[in-house]
Design a protein. Structure first.
Length: 339
């Protein structure tokens, strides 16, 4: 079934126009240029990147992503966030390459490093964790710290199940995909970073409130569907069917262009859910409300920042990003062999 789905003959398609719909202004951290040299050094010395992998990491432009996600972070905290983002994209690439056994070992190693920060190891994944997490723990509150670690554990767990589906050649049904995509997106750890950079630790009655949970899920969905739409070219070339566009084609019998527009409609619906929940946000008192407002501003920064970064970095569209950002026309490359 996956082979039939990937045999789509359309070679050119139009992206849904999400940028003109998004109501939030793009904000950029003023320390972006300050962290660029440090990040290159970190990729080489801590991450062990070299050759093609180093070039791929540089094209991902995690400093830019960090700068649009965490626009108000000071330089030191922005560096920590960028290191984390570089780690998360490297893990994502590892999961694209690994079988189930290697993925599970990576999960166990990383989580052991989070739970036991003094653990001695020379594995690059653990060294990356120790590097950013040691800095994170210096100022992050206990609730924020636990949310970061818990979010990453959920990410690893969901990604392992995705690898298992891939190895079996299975395609998720739409309903199941929507649920587990909220963990494979990696948004939940990034939300904890919003608290970290602001120096806040949201109380339990806030993070457990249904409206806050709904806002987080809606933001997560906009980021996930944006990612699935804009990464389709890359994932099509890699024969990766775990993508909303692919699943809509399979689940609803749509052609590629119709699935693209339907995915865009899902994005718009998620954005509307976010806006609707803002109108019913409760009050917890002026001090807590101020912290919640900072957190919600961060969610909005992530929503709009993902849109722009997807074109401005080279991960999905390479050197064509700015042209595609203007005309929304995407041409598919040949697929890798399915054998």
């Amino acid at each position: 079934m996956a082979t039939q789905l990937l045999s789509e003959t359309t070679r050119t398609f139009l992206l849904p126009d999400l940028l003109t719909i998004c109501p939030y202004p793009l904000r950029l951290n003023r320390h972006l240029n300050d962290v660029l040299p440090d990040e290159h050094k970190w990729l080489v010395e801590v991450g062990g990147f070299s050759g093609d992998k180093l070039e791929k990491a540089k094209a991902t432009s995690t400093p830019l992503l960090g700068a649009v996600f965490y626009a108000d972070a000071d330089a030191a905290r922005l560096c920590v966030c960028v290191d984390y983002l570089s780690f998360s994209f490297r893990v994502d690439d590892w999961f694209d390459e690994y079988d189930l056994g290697h993925a599970r070992a990576l999960w166990q190693t990383c989580m052991a490093t989070f739970r036991h920060p003094t653990l001695e190891t020379e594995e690059h994944c653990a060294l990356m964790v120790k590097s950013f997490f040691d800095c994170f723990r210096e100022t992050a509150g206990p609730g924020c710290t636990e949310r970061l670690v818990r979010g990453l554990d959920l990410y690893f767990s969901a990604s392992e199940r995705e690898i298992e589906r891939r190895m079996k050649g299975n395609i998720s049904d739409l309903e199941s995909y929507i649920v587990y995509r909220r963990n494979t997106s990696g948004c939940k750890p990034c939300y904890a970073m919003l608290e970290y950079v602001a120096g806040i630790d949201l109380p339990a009655e806030v993070v457990s409130h249904p409206v806050i949970i709904a806002l987080e899920e809606a933001a997560n969905d906009t980021i996930s569907w944006c990612n699935d739409i804009y990464s389709y070219k890359k994932e099509h070339a890699q024969c990766d069917v775990h993508n909303l566009v692919m699943i809509l084609m399979y689940d609803q019998g749509l052609d590629l262009q119709s699935a693209m527009y339907q995915a865009g409609a899902y994005w718009k619906a998620a954005l509307q859910r976010f806006e609707d929940n803002l109108t019913i946000l409760p009050s917890w008192g002026s001090d807590v409300d101020q912290k919640v407002a900072i957190y919600i501003q961060g969610l909005q920064d992530m929503i709009v920042g993902t849109l722009h970064w997807s074109f401005d970095a080279g991960r999905y569209f390479g050197k064509e990003g700015q042209q595609i950002k203007k005309d929304l026309i995407v041409r598919l490359p040949p697929m890798k062999s399915l054998l």
